[in-house]
Design a protein around this ligand. Structure first.
Ligand SMILES: *[C@@H]1O[C@H](CO)[C@@H](O)[C@H](O)[C@H]1NC(C)=O
Ligand SMILES: *[C@@H]1O[C@H](CO)[C@@H](O)[C@H](O)[C@H]1NC(C)=O
Ligand SMILES: *[C@@H]1O[C@H](CO)[C@@H](O)[C@H](O)[C@H]1NC(C)=O
Ligand SMILES: *[C@@H]1O[C@H](CO)[C@@H](O)[C@H](O)[C@H]1NC(C)=O
Ligand SMILES: *[C@@H]1O[C@H](CO)[C@@H](O)[C@H](O)[C@H]1NC(C)=O
Ligand SMILES: *[C@@H]1O[C@H](CO)[C@@H](O)[C@H](O)[C@H]1NC(C)=O
Ligand SMILES: *[C@@H]1O[C@H](CO)[C@@H](O)[C@H](O)[C@H]1NC(C)=O
Length: 518
């Protein structure tokens, strides 16, 4: 992760959505809850059973100056790992620096020895909670990542010696080979350069390496893959995963605030065309959104809105992801002791969850939404990303509830629009009147039950009332019910002044195709 360096504006723009190469490699794992991973089309799967394994991860940095995963002075290791599992994550992206494994001075660090002597082995403790671990080679020289000129960025930079990098990967690969908790290694954040001949380390791995390669350019994306696929010189079939990052700190905040609707649509489209498209290629590949996040103190309204936009996309495509981040603070960051991480799930003191509404927002995305090997019939969940809840019906009260137990909706469209049906009944979602609660009725053919997506974000659903006025579904938090109301901010695109002063996200609903069984 990178941000806030004043002199980095250009770099940030370039990298806000920078892609990273990752070479993910898995190990031959014994009979555990995970076994080793593989890919099948755009999905990551258990290589034995072929069943999908969804990654819903949290980042936990271990790559910084002290060379120890953050927070062990704040909270007992086992409490941290337990918390991670309790929060609903199933995996940790644990970042490491190459020199941790190659620099002799570090290799003999007593802190590492003493941690181990006391059985404070982070990976084992994570494994104890059935969490999967992705070892992420974040930097070579252990410091905060990623400054434009930190010498860690590219092959042959001051600290980034290709041979040493390979050596570090090989050491780590050997160290954790056969460890059932470690399911993947990502090669490097934002690696670039077509140096396939550097992948000699692969020889150390021999089998079952999830290799995912594509992006060559830090500044751009994965789009060049359309022209030329990378050749590893080894068989990486069914082992390749791509990685992308998406933060809001390079975006002008006013776009998120005053044109929320249009900007979400625009950025989502950009993400999909730059990186996400790989899931739809002729040979589809999984994409792992391995870093995204926001100030969890809610200090930035722009980031609050961005986060909801990201949640809608993640649910819609059911992508693999890793939130930045777990830590409430760093031992040391950029020269400052006890640097607070406002993006962290933990508070500064690591004694409580910073903002539990974030967990609520992630609830649907922590689940497997699409299970490609399930025979269970597909239906739609009606997701309201602003609250993280899903639309349900209780005695004809159309409200929201936890996305763990989904109300099944049908979505039938023809040339005039769509009907939103309650699966298993003959009922349809129907407008009653302006500002009144929406109802499920038997009137499925009138304009009051004919819904259209009326905004560019494709998250406003409108139907006409008797007077022919378009009314949008809206979450009414005062009455805890879904009403229909005047559609908000439909024309809030950047050229369309004045910008919208309301928050249209209260009216965002996404129909999510799922075959989740429970
Ligand atoms: C760690 O967990 C134990 C057992 O649940 C609990 O008693 C203890 O208070 C926790 N310690 C901290 C610092 O959270
Ligand atoms: C660490 O120290 C021991 C004993 O002093 C030495 O044998 C070993 O080679 C050192 N390891 C490295 C990587 O330098
Ligand atoms: C660490 O684990 C080993 C093996 O399980 C055990 O023998 C040893 O007693 C443990 N040490 C401590 C300090 O708990
Ligand atoms: C918590 O997060 C929510 C959702 O992003 C945000 O709206 C709110 O401002 C945050 N609240 C606090 C107290 O941090
Ligand atoms: C679409 O609307 C037109 C005009 O109201 C109507 O004649 C037609 O039957 C409708 N089509 C369907 C599939 O309902
Ligand atoms: C919703 O709540 C508002 C304010 O509490 C109230 O005036 C209004 O009548 C309620 N609407 C419905 C449909 O219950
Ligand atoms: C609808 O359901 C919600 C959630 O259970 C509840 O809070 C609300 O009071 C209900 N409204 C009506 C009108 O029954």
């Amino acid at each position: 992760m990178k941000y806030f360096q004043n002199d980095l504006a250009i770099g940030l723009v370039a990298t806000a959505l920078a892609t990273s190469y990752i070479l993910i490699l898995t190990f031959l794992l014994s009979d555990t809850h995970i076994a080793f991973l593989s890919t099948n089309s755009r999905w990551i799967v258990n290589a034995n059973s072929g069943r999908r394994v969804k990654l819903a991860c949290i980042n936990w940095p271990g790559h910084m100056n002290p060379l120890v995963p953050e927070g062990l002075h704040k909270k007992p290791l086992r409490n941290i790992t337990k918390d991670i599992a309790t929060m609903g994550f199933n995996c940790v992206r644990l970042t490491w620096a190459t020199e941790m494994f190659t620099n002799k001075a570090y290799a003999n660090l007593t802190v590492a020895q003493s941690l181990e002597r006391w059985n404070l082995t982070v990976i084992d403790a994570l494994g104890h909670e059935n969490l999967m671990v992705i070892l992420d080679n974040h930097v070579s020289f252990p410091i905060w990542c990623c400054d434009w000129n930190d010498g860690n960025g590219f092959f042959k930079d001051l600290h980034f010696h290709p041979v040493e990098w390979v050596q570090g990967l090989s050491t780590v690969a050997k160290l954790y080979k056969g460890n059932p908790t470690v399911v993947a290694i990502s090669l490097r954040n934002e690696l670039r350069g077509p140096r396939q001949n550097e992948f000699d380390w692969y020889q150390f791995m021999e089998e079952d390496v999830l290799v995912i390669v594509s992006g060559l350019s830090f500044e751009t994306d994965l789009t060049f893959l359309r022209q030329r696929k990378l050749n590893f010189g080894v068989n990486v079939n069914n082992k390749l995963v791509y990685e992308a990052h998406w933060y809001a700190f390079a975006d002008p905040p006013e776009k998120w605030i005053f044109s929320t609707n249009e900007f979400c649509a625009e950025i989502t489209e950009w993400f999909m065309s730059q990186t996400g498209y790989v899931i739809y290629e002729r040979s589809p590949t999984p994409i792992f959104l391995s870093e995204f996040g926001k100030d969890q103190n809610g200090a930035s309204e722009a980031e609050n809105r961005y986060f909801i936009c990201v949640m809608a996309l993640l649910a819609d495509k059911d992508l693999e992801w890793a939130l930045w981040a777990m830590q409430g603070s760093y031992y040391l960051r950029e020269g400052q002791v006890e640097w607070e991480e406002p993006y962290g799930m933990y508070s500064f003191a690591w004694d409580k969850i910073r903002n539990s509404s974030i967990l609520q927002l992630m609830e649907l995305n922590q689940q497997m939404i699409q299970d490609p090997t399930s025979e269970y019939a597909s239906y739609y969940a009606m997701y309201h990303p602003q609250t993280g809840r899903c639309v349900s019906v209780n005695k004809n009260n159309v409200t929201t509830s936890s996305c763990h137990r989904l109300q099944r909706w049908g979505f039938e469209y023809d040339e005039n629009g769509s009907r939103i049906t309650l699966v298993g009944t003959s009922g349809c979602l129907t407008v009653v009147a302006d500002k009144a609660p929406v109802k499920v009725t038997g009137d499925c053919s009138s304009q009051k039950s004919t819904w259209k997506f009326v905004s560019k974000s494709k998250m406003h659903l409108a139907a006409r009332d008797e007077k022919g006025m378009d009314l949008c579904l809206e979450w009414d938090s005062l009455n805890s019910t879904i009403v229909t109301n005047k559609c908000l901010c439909l024309g809030d695109d950047l050229g369309d002044l004045p910008w919208c002063s309301q928050n249209p996200q209260t009216q965002w609903f996404k129909l999510i195709l799922t075959n989740k069984h429970y």
